[in-house]
Design a protein around this ligand. Structure first.
Ligand SMILES: Cc1cc2nc3c(=O)[nH]c(=O)nc-3n(C[C@H](O)[C@H](O)[C@H](O)COP(=O)(O)OP(=O)(O)OC[C@H]3O[C@@H](n4cnc5c(N)ncnc54)[C@H](O)[C@@H]3O)c2cc1C
Length: 308
């Protein structure tokens, strides 16, 4: 029995149980599962069908450029900010080089006029008022929301009432604003501005489709310096988590496509890879996408009508 040293508060020191967990999928969910399983004393074998880890969290280099398909800012990038401690549980986030850009977005019209969405909320307010004084009321309401959400404390999902009641009490005055912004889309939110450039910010691409809360709270985190860009993009984070897994003794296999989850008495007991290899396990965790897990790997046997 080998002791694992866990420096994070809140974790008990656990001994290796010898039990084995097979994890399907090397995206961020599978990688984080692997870290926690190793810290809880399990042996871990992670199976990823691609030749590298990350899944949707992907970036790559071409010449002097980094191409990024996922992560444009990382919430938790500030050592004192929300989520930092949670990231620290899965990798040493302080090894990342982080940039906090002054400008989040600059929008220019074909006529050459422009508006800049600064990450600093005071500069943002001044810029929007310069651009559209007629929208002063809506602008001040928007920047007030950014400032208010900056005070929001995230609840600890594993903490229950005992660990969360103080945060809940602190957040109470912010709940009505959260509720209001969660119910409308970015595009709907943008309709309150008469200026076409400001309005276009709220309706462009994914911002327009997501609920307004996503954008406003992201700006709140940027204003607090807690949503910076990680140099190297998603893969910089993925590499550090991967290193952590290997350091903790976990095994990651690439080009290992799981074809079937093996089930005995309604219990997952292992997996079969494309090519026929069988790997038995005490636990199987699928961090592949839900559809593939339910309908391909489990053959649809455990799908009830609502799931279908
Ligand atoms: C453009 C874009 C921007 C985004 N921006 C953000 C953001 O700013 N903030 C945020 O929180 N989220 C963001 N997301 C969402 C985030 O990227 C995903 O929610 C997250 O990466 C999903 O991780 P996952 O591990 O659950 O799944 P995935 O990344 O899909 O990982 C699943 C892995 O399983 C592997 N796999 C599948 N089937 C098998 C099999 N049979 N055998 C072996 N391996 C298998 C796949 O190859 C893959 O590597 C964004 C996503 C996109 C596309």
């Amino acid at each position: 029995m080998q002791s694992l040293f866990l420096r994070e508060a809140g974790f008990k020191i656990m001994t290796q149980s010898g039990r084995k967990i097979v994890i399907i999928g090397g995206g961020i969910a599978g990688l984080c599962t692997a870290v926690y399983a190793l810290k809880c004393g399990y042996r871990v074998e992670l199976l990823e069908m691609h030749d590298m880890a990350g899944g949707l969290a992907m970036s790559w280099r071409r010449g002097p450029y980094t191409f990024e398909t996922c992560l444009h800012w990382l919430v938790g990038s500030s050592p004192n900010g929300e989520f930092h401690a949670q990231w620290q549980e899965v990798f040493d986030i302080d090894r990342l080089a982080v940039i906090n850009p002054e400008e989040f977005v600059r929008i220019e019209s074909e006529r050459g006029d422009s508006v800049t969405f600064f990450t600093n909320v005071d500069r943002l307010e001044a810029e929007l008022l310069r651009r559209a004084p007629q929208d002063a009321l809506a602008i001040r309401d928007f920047t007030h929301s950014v400032r208010s959400l900056g005070k929001f404390r995230m609840l600890d999902p594993s903490g229950g009432l005992a660990r969360n009641w103080q945060n809940m009490l602190h957040d109470l005055p912010i709940f009505p604003l959260l509720g209001k912004l969660s119910k409308i889309s970015g595009r709907e939110y943008g309709n309150r501005f008469s200026d076409p450039l400001i309005r276009s910010f709220f309706s462009m691409g994914d911002i327009g489709k997501m609920s307004a809360i996503a954008m406003v709270i992201s700006l709140a985190w940027m204003n607090a310096g807690n949503a910076g860009y990680c140099v190297g993009g998603s893969q910089a984070i993925i590499r550090l988590i991967q290193e952590n897994i290997e350091g903790l003794g976990g095994k990651i296999r690439f080009k290992a496509k799981v074809e079937r989850i093996l089930v005995e008495n309604d219990t997952a007991v292992g997996v079969q890879l494309a090519g026929g290899e069988i790997i038995m396990a005490d636990w199987v965790v699928s961090a592949a996408d839900g559809h593939a897990t339910i309908f391909d790997l489990l053959g649809g046997r455990y799908a009830d009508a609502p799931t279908r």
